[in-house]
Write a protein that binds this ligand. Structure first.
Ligand code: SF4
Length: 503
């Protein structure tokens, strides 16, 4: 419900005359039924999953199981719906789900969904549809086009369809309330080329595409009117370098609430913060990620301590609550880097009067990034590092949180795996999901996922390389070498090194 992509696909399909799209959400222990008509999944011609987080893979299987649809695609026939999946995880690595899904959409929804629907309308029968889709760039049909699959994307987002009439719940309902509240979601930019070397979107989402101020103004006006809300949330992976201050003030002066979910450290200006305060936002999030400048150069997010502290001061001077994100277990992290996280958190906390919120999460190697070959720290090491930070900050006015460290291993396992792990996903789903389900699944399958803790050579073909995201592999290797040498790559340099511009 919170995802803009989800709202976009829903609207894109429903504006067509001959097709109807309904929404189904995962609710634990409930048989999935559509919100609109109460139909079960098995009653639809096509069932589409939006894959935003790896931990949802188990939920996808659970939804198929509880709908009575055979989980394995090899066991389904023409009577079963066509099962499709898209979203960032499909682009990242479709292989762990390739035994469950009939068709993956690899790329931007706007570039693919029309073709999917056209084929489903024109072709009779599931197999005929799969055959036809397997011949089109951006569709991966396991078993039919198992070579390289090209990701496809919109060259510009300026004039592509934007859902201005978004379906937003009138009242708060369990499991259906969007994260950003009752808000019109406006995409101001797509993709990011800052090049933080751990970041999936920073590589899989390239190139960066920006909407003009003129177009944003027009969409905001229409969206607020048609969606019937008084709040606008501006969506972009990073707002660095974007001109949005005037737009924010226009929204505020029109009596709207505004929200910017995450602020880039180099984009926080006095004027922008004043607009945010006037627009009713109460908490601002920044992500320094690492504690030392040296480590921040390695990950290619080279802000100085002074820039981070100055940004925190500006935020807290205005009475805003601040939340800061850090990563432990980054490549070549030493004990002093871990200690430096605690020191930096302490310095940030002293810049304001409120209790600082901090989230410390483990590094998870992601496909198609320069750190995709890097081992993840063991659970024991991660526990030690987080406990060390907690100890160094004991007694300070800091609210420290973070994901369950055991889940970081599962996320890496799902991000990096091939089709051989589908059996374990299915077992984990049958055992109820959650950590208990995963523990039983690993035990029963006797699968050892030791590769997560080892360096994976770039010379060895990895499962996710079935997807050609458009970024040159040699560039990723060069970026990895630059990380080792502590060399920065300037953001948004239009250098042509990654080759996305020539794709
Ligand atoms: S700024 Fe860095 S972390 Fe944020 S989206 Fe861009 S590449 Fe990713």
């Amino acid at each position: 419900m919170s995802s803009l992509g989800f709202r976009l696909i829903y609207t894109l399909i429903n504006i067509r005359e001959n097709v109807a799209c309904e929404r189904v959400f995962y609710v634990p222990e409930e048989r999935p039924r559509s919100v609109e008509s109460g139909l079960e999944l098995s009653e639809f011609d096509v069932v589409g999953f939006s894959l935003q987080y790896e931990e949802d893979y188990v939920n996808l299987v659970k939804m198929l199981l509880s709908s009575g649809i055979p989980v394995w695609r090899s066991e389904r026939d023409e009577k079963n719906p066509l099962i499709v999946a898209g979203g960032v995880c499909a682009i990242e690595n479709p292989m762990p789900l390739s035994d469950f899904i009939d068709v993956f959409l690899i790329g931007d929804g706007e570039a693919l969904i029309e073709q999917l629907i056209d084929i489903c309308v024109e072709e009779r029968g599931k197999h005929a549809r799969m055959e036809a889709l397997s011949k089109i760039d951006g569709f991966y049909v396991p078993g039919l086009n198992d070579g390289k699959v090209k990701r496809v994307w919109c060259k510009s987002i300026e004039d592509i369809f934007c859902p201005t009439m978004q379906v937003i719940p009138v009242k708060e309902e369990k499991g259906l309330t969007p994260v950003f509240g009752r808000s019109f979601l406006l995409e101001i930019a797509r993709g990011c080329e800052r090049g933080c070397r751990f970041c999936l979107i920073g590589f899989c989402g390239r190139p960066r595409r920006i909407r003009s101020e003129r177009r944003l103004r027009q969409l905001m006006e229409e969206g607020i009117k048609q969606s019937g809300v008084r709040k606008v949330t501006l969506i972009a992976p990073s707002i660095s370098g974007l001109k949005i201050v005037d737009l924010c003030w226009e929204a505020v002066n029109a009596g709207l609430e505004i929200s910017l979910p995450s602020l880039s450290i180099d984009a926080v200006t006095d004027d922008l913060l004043d607009a945010i305060v006037e627009g009713g936002q109460r908490t601002v999030t920044i992500a320094p990620e690492a504690g030392t400048e040296n480590m921040r150069i390695k990950i290619n997010k080279p802000f100085s301590d002074e820039e981070i502290i100055a940004t925190a001061e500006k935020i807290e001077e205005r009475g805003l609550s601040l939340k800061a994100y850090f990563i432990i277990g980054l490549p070549y992290e030493k004990e002093e880097d871990v200690d430096a996280i605690a020191k930096l958190i302490d310095r940030i906390s002293k810049s304001g009067g409120r209790k600082l919120k901090v989230s410390v999460n483990p590094f998870v190697p992601k496909p198609h990034t320069p750190f995709s070959w890097v081992p993840q720290n063991s659970l024991q090491t991660l526990r030690y590092k987080r406990a060390r930070i907690q100890k160094l900050l004991r007694g300070k006015r800091i609210n420290l949180e973070g994901m369950d460290l055991r889940k970081a291993f599962i996320e890496a396992f799902l991000s990096l795996g091939g089709s051989e792990i589908s059996r374990i996903i299915e077992l984990a789903a049958r055992y109820g999901g959650g950590l208990g389900g995963w523990r039983r699944a690993f035990k029963e399958s006797k699968f050892k996922a030791e590769h997560i803790y080892k360096f994976r050579s770039p010379d060895e073909e990895q499962p996710w390389e079935i997807v050609d995201v458009g970024v040159n592999k040699q560039f990723l290797i060069k970026e990895w070498e630059r990380a080792i040498d502590g060399v920065q790559t300037p953001p948004y340099s239009h250098c042509k090194e990654c080759m996305i511009c020539d794709y």
